[in-house]
Design a binder for this molecule. Structure first.
Ligand code: ZN
Ligand code: ZN
Length: 557
């Protein structure tokens, strides 16, 4: 039976455009993984959606003088368009604003309540008398009680990474007006997270295949002890608490949004006409769940969501959470509030998707923070995509097309694989292991090594020189090189889907690459080629200065 892979990707807040940090952190690795698995013949379900609730959206709506739904719908549309243009191939990208999501989240709440994992308690909540509002955890700031850093938010300290609650902050202040909040009593539901401490520890200790940073962070967090967490709020934008007497309250966004992974799978099943099909990915022992997120989201995916799933029962726990570190921009920490970011819609207005996918894959922050710079963007495009890979493809295809009547040259050797063809098989095997372990940088390097090997081979064989005296020798060398190109079309498809599909057509193949499987596949000798064109375009170095000054102009930090 085909392997089943559930891929959950972080839910972006629908209050602003996507930026390259999110792409490198979660969406691109998830997409590479999904495409690789589809090629292998695995059954893949990749979902995410826009997070429509939470204070960031209501704040933006207030500033614009519109309803939160308006802001959420606008960015949801923009996300869909950005993903389409960058080739992020979701099976479903939905939102937390659907009736289905509210139903699934409320069912989750009621089941946890029924099983004794929720309880009611009175909490004292920060209220700003000047702003006349309860302050959600993100909008109360103060000094971190653990590391003494200033500007720690009520939900988390960005300096030491510790999750916080507002009452722990030293000298708290309202982040809207800077005034001192008072604390008012309010009745809320709590999730008994502490009840899962031992079960989680036992489970996490077995996850030796997790990335070291994810595993260590999770273990440290667990060993310091789990506290119960409030899962309802005094707000009116969000999923209603499904109990009488709680009409003015909503499910807290952190609790409700993670349930999106399950509600999205159910929505996907329903839209496909088989409402039970989500079970294949959530209740089958042969299905593995992967969650692609940034490192700021680890706790929710390795502790809180697994605890919620354990409490609910009969649903698969995550198999892996390959969280990425952060992407810096031109050597500086990316900041959306200071506009120190490269926004995806802007990028897509000006450049092709594949060079960005290539750069962010080659410099993916898998084990440490990495840097995006426009200089590196141009260098990788010109030196690697154009000079190493694109040039290999172009010189082989144009030469074959011109000298062998627009068809794949017929080699003198038969079915016995050549050394270079064996390298193709070996590369795909190596990449299979790397990709299966979510080591995307390594897999990309392995593919590019094969391109370099083929370039060296061609320099040595020089079919362009020998063709005059010995046409068969030229045909033999070219067929070998075409075998490599044809295999790279497969190997690089997860990373560079657009240029791989073009190459697929240049080589005279029909249909889509995903039907060809994760294996070296060579064209038939004599197969008709399509007129070749360059796969990639050299970029002018002048754009570096232009883009960097554009970035600096927007910078408000
Ligand atoms: Zn701190
Ligand atoms: Zn205030």
């Amino acid at each position: 039976m085909a392997e089943r892979v559930f891929i959950g990707v972080a839910w972006p807040y629908a209050n602003g455009s996507l930026h390259l940090g999110q792409i490198a952190g979660a969406y691109l690795p998830a997409d590479i993984f999904a495409r690789y698995h589809r090629l292998k013949g695995s059954r893949v379900l990749m979902v995410s959606g826009s997070d429509q609730h939470g204070t960031p959206i209501t704040l933006r709506a207030e500033r614009e003088g519109v309803k939160p739904e308006v802001v959420a719908a606008r960015y949801h549309q923009e996300f869909l368009e950005s993903f389409r243009r960058l080739g992020i191939s979701f099976d479903l990208f939905t939102s937390t604003g659907t009736a289905n999501h509210a139903r699934v989240a409320q069912d989750f709440f009621l089941k946890l309540l029924d099983k004794g994992y929720l309880y009611q308690a009175t909490v004292s909540q920060p209220f700003c008398p000047r702003c006349q509002r309860f302050l959600s955890d993100r909008y109360i700031e103060g000094t971190c009680p653990y590391c003494q850093a200033g500007g720690a938010r009520g939900d988390q300290c960005d300096d030491c990474g510790k999750p916080l609650s507002p009452a722990e902050l030293i000298s708290p202040y309202c982040s809207f007006c800077g005034g001192a909040p008072e604390f008012r009593d309010s009745e809320h539901f709590f999730f008994r997270l502490s009840a899962f401490q031992e079960r989680l520890l036992e489970w996490v200790r077995k996850q030796s295949h997790w990335r070291q940073n994810v595993l260590n962070f999770t273990l440290r967090y667990l060993e310091s002890g789990l506290k119960d967490r409030a899962i309802t709020r005094d707000i009116d934008w969000g999923v209603p608490v499904p109990l009488p007497g709680f009409e003015g309250k909503r499910l807290y966004v952190w609790f409700e949004a993670v349930i999106g992974y399950l509600s999205a799978a159910k929505e996907w099943a329903e839209s496909g006409g088989d409402t039970e099909r989500w079970r294949d990915y959530w209740q089958s022992g042969s299905s593995r769940g992967y969650y692609f997120i940034g490192k700021d989201n680890i706790v929710f995916h390795t502790i809180i969501w697994p605890a919620m799933l354990m409490g609910y029962g009969d649903l698969n726990l995550p198999y892996d959470v390959p969280a990425n570190e952060f992407l810096m921009i031109e050597g500086r920490k990316l900041s959306t509030s200071r506009n120190w970011a490269v926004w995806l819609p802007d990028y897509l207005e000006r450049y092709h998707p594949d060079p960005l996918r290539y750069l962010l894959s080659a410099a993916m922050p898998e084990t440490s923070d990495t840097d995006f710079s426009w200089r590196e963007f141009v260098r990788r495009n010109n030196d690697e995509l154009v000079a190493t890979y694109g040039n290999l493809v172009h010189r082989v295809l144009t030469f074959s097309y011109r000298n062998f009547a627009g068809a794949v040259p017929v080699p003198s050797y038969g079915a016995e694989a050549t050394q270079l063809q064996n390298s193709c098989a070996a590369t795909l095997k190596l990449m299979d292991e790397s990709l299966g372990r979510c080591q995307f940088r390594l897999a990309l390097k392995q593919a590019m090594d094969l391109a370099q090997e083929a370039n060296r081979y061609l320099d040595e064989k020089s079919p362009w020189k020998v063709v005059k005296q010995d046409k068969q020798a030229a045909a033999d060398a070219l067929y070998d090189a075409i075998s490599v190109i044809s295999s790279l079309r497969i190997a690089l498809y997860p990373f560079l889907p657009f240029s791989s599909q073009r190459l697929h057509e240049f080589l005279g193949f029909d249909g889509v690459i995903e039907d060809y499987g994760w294996q070296p596949s060579f064209p038939e000798p004599g197969q008709k080629l399509s007129p070749p064109q360059p796969l990639f375009t050299k970029l002018d170095e002048g754009l570096i200065e232009e883009e960097v000054s554009r970035l600096r102009q927007g910078d408000s930090g």
